[in-house]
Design a protein around this ligand. Structure first.
Ligand SMILES: *Cc1c(COP(=O)(O)O)cnc(C)c1O
Length: 365
């Protein structure tokens, strides 16, 4: 590991990221499924995007056009997929920097078509249908099929590249054989109407991978958009469950420096009011405890629930914008101010830390 005098740091262990990228690619191609490697969770880190490209992923995806632009500008050749429905205000950039985008709005598609034609391009679109998670996607299935036919027949600046759905994000709906079969059947209805086979039928994100692992994915679903499940080998719905035992969870590691060690009561003393974020938390009194205060906070990592101490005897107590409090009572080592503690991450931690300018990124080869 690189020695550094600057904290906090976010180490990205590239050998493990690479293993994960290779393993998921092998798993999916064995099952006839192509993957878009989604890099929004790590701020489209160039080193990570390059590994997706080297391993022949179908494409690289982000919700942010700025990240797609950054990757194109840095010379990546992969097709870029915008995985958030585009804003009307960013359609110029969508045509310029995204090869494929997810869409659900007729007006946006018409505007996108006009721009694509102006630029002499054919832009690929994946129409999104909502199967119950209630974030993006056309709800009414007849309306959806009409929209697909409209793109196919009327918008020559666009290619109806496929259809897709997203689950597990807002409505916390689990992808299953049932909703994946609904998607497959909808794809068949669209194909019947347009008279050709769709290039991709996109069955979702990380949360859809277990359906594939269990051998329950319908053949028709031939594409997934996966970020978290590769970068962290975790699945939000079951945060501690590494769905394939050969995958690495310790790819992104936060290290922060101890700025104070004190033995203090575990219950605050005085009249309970509100915390730094206006919440009224509850506290459990477990007596006097030895605590370390670290120079990192919610501004860097989001919520402290997204941190997992590598030393299992350490537990996270709480945090505010610039501080993290951990309990080190059960640790035998005599920690001192200036020592560091390290954490593996859940999605929010990776996302925030990757974006935070005060956090030094260290690529570990
Ligand atoms: C973020 C996102 C993904 C990737 O999600 P992961 O949980 O990181 O796999 C896929 N599709 C859409 C529409 C997204 O917004």
């Amino acid at each position: 590991m690189q020695n550094t005098a600057y904290y906090p740091t976010l180490e990205i262990h590239m050998n493990k990221v690479q293993d994960n990228i290779k393993n998921v690619h092998a798993l999916c191609s064995d099952n006839g499924v192509k993957i878009t490697g989604v890099v929004k969770g790590c701020n489209a880190l160039q080193e990570v995007a390059e590994v997706f490209e080297k391993n022949n992923y179908h494409s690289i995806g982000s919700s942010r056009i700025s990240q797609l632009k950054k990757m194109k500008d840095r010379g990546l050749k992969s097709e870029m997929m915008l995985v958030r429905i585009p804003m009307l205000s960013e359609l110029e950039e969508v045509i310029q920097y995204a090869d494929i985008s997810l869409n659900s709005d007729r007006g946006t598609l018409i505007a996108l078509n006009d721009l694509a034609k102006q630029h002499g391009k054919v832009h690929k679109v994946v129409l999104m249908t909502d199967l119950g998670d209630l974030r993006e996607g056309v709800w009414d299935k007849d309306e959806f099929i009409d929209l697909a036919l409209f793109v196919e027949e009327q918008l020559e600046g666009l290619r109806l590249y496929g259809i897709g759905t997203n689950l597990g994000c807002y409505g916390s709906i689990r992808p299953t054989e049932v909703n994946m079969t609904q998607l497959a059947e909808l794809a068949e209805r669209v194909e019947l109407r347009i008279g050709r086979v769709l290039d991709i039928v996109s069955g979702g994100a990380t949360t859809s991978v277990p359906v594939l692992v269990d051998g329950k994915m319908p053949k028709k679903v031939n594409h997934l958009r996966v970020g978290e499940g590769i970068l962290l080998a975790r699945d939000l719905t079951t945060p501690d469950f590494c769905y394939l035992e050969y995958m690495h969870n310790d790819t992104f590691v936060l290290t922060a420096q101890i700025i104070e060690i004190q033995t203090k009561p575990s219950h605050p003393v005085g009249e309970l009011y509100i915390d730094a974020f206006g919440n009224r938390p509850t506290y459990v009194d477990v007596g006097m405890r030895k605590r370390a205060l670290l120079g990192v906070g919610r501004q860097d990592f989001g919520h402290h629930d997204s941190l997992k101490p590598i030393d299992e005897r350490v537990s996270v107590v709480g945090s505010s914008s610039d501080h993290l409090i951990v309990d080190i009572t059960d640790v035998d080592e005599n920690y001192q101010v200036g020592d560091t503690l390290s954490f593996t991450l859940f999605y929010q931690g990776m996302l925030f830390l990757s974006l935070c300018e005060d956090v030094q990124k260290i690529i570990v080869k």
